[in-house]
Design a protein around this ligand. Structure first.
Ligand code: COA
Length: 335
């Protein structure tokens, strides 16, 4: 239904799903030259979940989405739009349509967003714009990634960090707006610091000189850990401060800080730079590692399930990662 009236939006419900297989740091140390002590002290991660051979990203997204729908007491046919933020789809043409079919959201349009670990933030902001313009009323946003399928399991610099998972949230139109503000940034000049590139150098790829075709394939995740670390602890506080300033809010107004769960040291440093006490910092990365686009909605859902969010709470969510991209959304909790 179309309307030219500006309207508001609020987060109606959340859901999350994690695979059953848990890989501890000790188990990883049998695969690469590392230790629980090294991983725990440098990252805060103790274990991560990995999908099984028979499971797909759609299964995780389906389960997280169903939870969010059930909590909202909505049928999938009530959805107008589905946005799946993922960088590890099972189809490069997009996987949101598979989710649409699996949950039976026959009235919903569906598309993917690729923005790596900032994906859920970008998805949430995108969804809110459709609601503000009156184009759609009820939107499902899913952050899902299975980076276990894309890490080089012989590279100890990266394989210790990532895990698989999915988180979902339903955004609904409302007279009052509870998505208070946002801030998005991209620095493509530094994209080589963290990437999953398509290369044409593989010897197994198809070449045809007559047709001038040289096909390639995607390689593994490559990362300059130190540079990504410095980027996160400098840019994320700036983004949050700018967003707060635009809303005439101070860090004291923040009830909860949900950062992309990349590294506990990054989370602590960002909170310290903003003088935000650590009890306001939501963290679960010790159990799941970095689940990319899924990490923020999983953390949000777990906090909701624990009953941490109270009506009126100010929640700051910031994502950051490959691109390089980073951004913040500030919402007010409405229950
Ligand atoms: N186990 C044991 N030793 C390891 C290791 C591992 N898994 N990975 C690297 N090392 C070694 C290095 O080889 C190096 O050894 P050297 O001094 O003999 O050369 C040493 O540990 C220090 O490595 P370094 O890369 O300097 O460690 P670090 O303190 O920068 O920590 C990260 C590495 C990856 C944990 C850290 O840089 C980081 O978290 N960066 C951000 C990454 C991130 O969050 N990416 C996703 C963003 S969305």
């Amino acid at each position: 239904m179309k309307s030219s009236m500006m309207t508001g939006a609020y987060l109606l419900s959340t859901g999350s799903a994690l695979p059953d297989i848990s890989i501890s740091n000790e188990m990883l140390s049998k695969v690469v030259n590392t230790s629980d002590e090294w991983i725990s002290t440098r990252t805060g991660i103790k274990e991560r979940r990995l999908i099984s051979e028979t499971m797909s990203i759609i299964d995780l997204a389906y389960s997280a989405s169903n939870q969010a729908l059930q909590k909202a007491k909505l049928h999938a046919q009530h959805l107008d739009l589905i946005i799946v933020a993922t960088s590890s789809p099972n189809d490069l043409f997009g996987c949101a349509s598979q989710l649409q079919a699996k949950i039976g959201a026959t009235n919903a349009a569906a598309f993917d967003i690729t923005a790596a670990c900032s994906g859920f933030i970008v998805g949430l902001i995108t969804a809110s714009q459709f609601i503000y313009t009156g184009s759609y009323k009820t939107i499902l946003i899913v952050g899902a990634d299975i980076l276990s399928q894309w890490v080089d399991w012989s590279d100890r610099n990266t394989c210790i960090l990532f895990g698989d998972g999915a988180g979902a949230a339903i955004l609904q139109a409302n007279q009052k707006n509870y998505i208070l503000g946002f801030q998005l940034n991209t620095n493509g000049f530094e994209s080589n610091q963290l990437c999953l590139s398509y290369t044409k150098t593989s010897s197994q790829s198809y070449h045809n000189d007559l047709l001038g075709i040289k096909q390639g394939q995607f390689s593994h995740i490559t990362m300059n850990g130190k540079e990504v670390y410095k980027f996160a602890v400098s840019k994320v506080p700036e983004s949050i401060t700018q967003c707060l300033n635009e809303l005439n809010l101070s860090t004291d107004d923040i009830s909860w800080l949900i950062l992309h769960q990349a590294n506990q040291r990054i989370l602590n440093t960002v909170a310290d730079k903003l003088n935000i006490p650590h009890y306001k910092l939501i963290s679960n990365l010790q159990y799941y590692g970095n689940t990319s686009a899924a990490s923020i909605p999983i953390a949000l859902d777990e906090a909701c399930k624990k009953g941490q969010m109270k009506n009126g709470d100010i929640i700051v969510m910031s994502g950051f990662g490959a691109g390089l991209t980073w951004g913040t959304v500030i919402i007010q909790w409405h229950s």
